[in-house]
Design a protein around this ligand. Sequence first.
Ligand SMILES: [Zn+2]
Length: 91
Amino acid sequence: MAYVKKVPLRKCAGCQEMKDKKELIRVLRTPEGDVRIDLTGRANGRGVYVCRSSECLKMAQKKGSLSRSLKVPVEPGVYEQLLKEIEKIEE
Ligand SMILES: [Zn+2]
């Protein structure tokens, strides 16, 4: 019997597609209430996932889905910061 390895899937807060965790970036709300990108994917706090794409982040901003998932208001300045980070690693 073949063993099928289960890939952990997460939903992108922008395009709403389910994707392999490795294809997404984790946006983290730290216990201090800061919102930033978690490149390790393991930092403490509440996380939400977005594709490695500035388009998806912009969609998420339009929908307000980061604020909703992280249960904290995400300021436009924070999105700008996230966008800059994503542009660096965008595929
Ligand atoms: Zn997406």
